[in-house]
Write a protein that binds this ligand. Structure first.
Ligand SMILES: Cc1cc2nc3c(=O)[nH]c(=O)nc-3n(C[C@H](O)[C@H](O)[C@H](O)COP(=O)(O)OP(=O)(O)OC[C@H]3O[C@@H](n4cnc5c(N)ncnc54)[C@H](O)[C@@H]3O)c2cc1C
Length: 669
């Protein structure tokens, strides 16, 4: 039956009509990076507009909360410097991590958190609930996670940080347009590769067309997903990341001529598997649940080891570096999946050969996270701050389980590892891959201004290559917003090209005129995923990748134009999947360009089996050129000196946004 026969579209439809606006700085995506960018730009005196596909109040990956504020080496308790930590994070990924944005995160994560505190966010244990806990600093009342000796990851009470950011936008007079899905960047003269002078999109309720002319644009729309796995039947559109983040930012920047790097990296991961349990909603020992004890069905405790396999006894020892380490970045793990990082940065974890030992009869499944057996402060931290503030857990896990009678002092929570329920890190099939659902991944190439190769186009948050996390999005958003405002101050406004807008309108509204007998957007998405499973998974070689390219081109040319939309919501979904086709093409182009295998990139080519040959230890950069792809590369640490490049810009940013004056005022009070 036709959708229109079942449901009446509840909003007035205004296809083709629309309004134009002017701004100094346009922010695309009102998530964590975007909201912080808008606030910084407004503090620097810019007139700011945010275009957000969902509702800024809670949109994006960080909208539902945050419990770990990662890598804030500038916090008062940290025993590592931003240089040391940023370099360790880069080294831990074999060099394939963004040194620029990672340094910004390590050097200013804490000052962003202090700013959040001034906006009303709860950052400290002001109720003294954890007085005396080893992970608490008694003077500052800050709470730490993972490495209690070195203290650079904070436990925060971030369930309402996003509404507070939205409120600050309101207070600063930032114009926020919710429910606007941006569909293209506008460039000077409508030319790809030219300065970015605005953007256009459709309203998801009315279908109206909206354009914004701006002197600078910050793109903060997170990463693509649904590239390898998409199952509308098993779990609908739901994935780890929010469904509104579907890679449009990558596609629009690509069409405008922006450079991208590390697009060849993807990894086996259960995060978007149709078989996963809700993240953090089953027992485990990592991340939110670190350092929880795991026991088997008869109560036998799973031993923990350090990075070199030496036993680690007792809960307390899981939170300190061991001999041979100055500090560790992250610990935990609940399965036999190998950890790719360097041992000197790998924290304690349950034995990695647990599966083999279970099969040999030493342990009896199922396993459980033994909250009840944890020391009181650790239990209260996990089933309290962490599960209570982590994204997507406050209501579905904490509140729901509690209402159903779950009592952390008495009960244990089952882990689905080895039951093939794919918990947090269960090994999965090679084709069950994720691109950016988890960890770091490829993205837009930026310089020390967080500006792309396109003048006026800045990036923030997860969309920027090789960075990740909430505090990374906050710190890079704050920095990019200030840089964009400074750029806008010295650059005049440019007329937008009418011709470009007319062409774009034609493209965007085309699905309304398509025949209803073609595939629907879900089928197109499933087809992309099938192509990528078959030819863009493991193994890879030139032949398979050429087949991927051919089939994606076929989908783009012959199938995508036949997908129709019956209302503005469907129109948004169809356009999203067109962009998913583009993102898959970008990934395949990068895979074809890297003619070497790499362990750190999770990239294995049968025709180039040597792992990480020195000649290929570099960034592969792709850019759309006409109908083809232009290739170039960058040396692995092309960003040069951290401190020198950062300090100069930080002083300018602080002067522009008044940050230095605000901190001084707070210190004085
Ligand atoms: C469940 C979960 C828990 C997490 N927990 C933590 C944690 O505890 N600690 C931590 O450090 N990190 C955590 N993360 C990661 C963290 O949330 C992200 O790294 C961070 O939110 C990325 O910020 P961003 O601005 O790049 O993207 P987002 O915050 O996702 O914002 C992107 C925004 O762009 C909008 N958008 C997308 N496309 C368009 C378009 N075409 N037009 C207009 N708008 C568009 C989206 O609607 C969204 O609001 C978690 C992530 C998830 C999913």
């Amino acid at each position: 039956m036709n959708r229109g026969q079942v449901l009446r579209w509840p909003y007035a439809v205004r296809y083709g009509t629309g309004r134009s606006y002017d701004a100094d700085v346009l922010v695309i995506g009102g998530g964590i990076g975007g909201a912080w960018a808008a606030i910084a730009a407004a503090r620097a005196g810019a007139r700011v507009i945010i275009l957000e596909k969902a509702a800024t109040e809670r949109s994006g990956a960080g909208g539902a909360g945050v419990d770990h504020w990662q890598f804030a080496a500038d916090n008062p308790g940290s025993r590592v410097t931003p240089e040391e930590l940023a370099q360790a994070l880069v080294d831990n990924q074999g060099g394939y991590r963004n040194g620029i944005s990672t340094y910004i995160q390590c050097a200013s994560g804490w000052s962003a958190l202090e700013e959040m505190e001034r906006m009303g966010g709860k950052v400290r244990d002001t109720d003294d609930e954890f007085r005396g806990a080893e992970f608490r600093d008694e003077k500052t009342k800050l709470l730490y996670a993972y490495d209690y000796t070195n203290r650079f990851v904070l436990r925060v009470l971030g369930h309402n940080y996003k509404p507070l950011l939205r409120e600050e936008c309101r207070r600063l007079g930032i114009r926020v347009f919710d429910r606007v899905a941006v569909t293209s960047l506008l460039t000077e003269g409508g030319r790809p590769g030219a300065r970015v002078v605005g953007a256009a999109g459709i309203h998801c309720h009315s279908g109206a067309y909206l354009t914004v002319r701006a002197k600078a644009v910050v793109l903060a729309t997170n990463r693509p997903q649904r590239i390898w796995t998409f199952s509308s039947e098993l779990r609908g559109i739901s994935t780890f990341q929010p469904p509104s983040c579907s890679g449009t930012g990558y596609a629009i920047a690509w069409r405008a001529g922006a450079e991208f790097t590390m697009m060849e990296r993807s990894m086996r991961s259960p995060f978007s598997s149709p078989y996963s349990f809700p993240p953090y909603g089953s027992g485990n020992a990592i991340n939110t649940w670190y350092p929880c004890t795991v026991v088997d069905a008869i109560g036998k405790e799973v031993p923990w080891v350090d990075a070199w396999g030496r036993p680690v006894s007792g809960v307390a020892a899981r939170c300190h570096p061991v001999e041979g380490q100055k500090f560790f970045i992250m610990g935990g793990g609940s399965s036999s999946q190998p950890h790719p990082g360097l041992p000197r940065y790998l924290g304690p974890r349950p034995i990695p050969d647990l599966e083999a030992r279970m099969l040999a009869g030493e342990f009896t499944p199922p396993f459980y996270a033994d909250l009840a057996g944890m020391p009181e402060m650790e239990r209260k931290a996990i089933w309290g701050i962490m599960v209570g503030n982590e994204g997507k857990t406050r209501i579905p896990v904490m509140q729901t389980y509690t209402a159903a009678g779950f009592d952390p002092e008495r009960d244990m929570l089952q882990t689905y590892d080895f039951l093939r329920g794919q918990g947090m890190r269960d090994p999965v099939l090679p084709q069950e891959r994720t691109f950016g659902e988890q960890g770091i991944c490829g993205g837009m190439l930026v310089d020390w201004d967080l500006m792309s190769n396109l003048p006026g186009l800045f990036g923030a948050g997860n969309l920027v290559f090789g960075g990740g996390d909430h505090s990374h999005a906050a710190a890079t958003g704050r920095y990019a917003g200030a840089r964009a405002a400074l750029y806008a101050r010295r650059s005049g406004a440019v007329e937008i090209s009418r011709e470009q807008i007319e062409q774009e309108k034609k493209r965007v509204y085309a699905p309304l005129a398509s025949s209803t007998t073609g595939p629907d957007w879900k089928e197109l998405n499933a087809a992309v995923a099938r192509v990528m499973q078959n030819y863009g998974s493991e193994p890879k070689n030139a032949e398979l990748l050429a087949l991927a390219r051919t089939w994606l081109e076929d989908l783009e040319t012959n199938e995508a134009p036949r997908v129709s939309a019956g209302d503005p919501h469907q129109l948004m979904r169809v356009l999203e999947v067109h962009d998913i086709v583009t993102c898959a093409q970008m990934i395949v182009a990068a895979c074809e360009a890297r003619k070497a295998s790499s362990a750190c990139l999770h990239f294995k080519r049968l025709d180039y089996p040597e792992m990480d040959p020195p000649g290929w230890h570099k960034w592969i950069v792709i850019r759309k050129q006409g109908e083809g792809v232009a290739l170039s590369d960058r040396p692995i640490a092309f960003w040069g000196d951290f401190e020198g490049n950062y300090a100069l810009r930080l002083a300018q940013n602080d002067a522009a946004t008044g940050a230095a004056a605000r901190s001084a005022a707070v210190a004085a009070s």
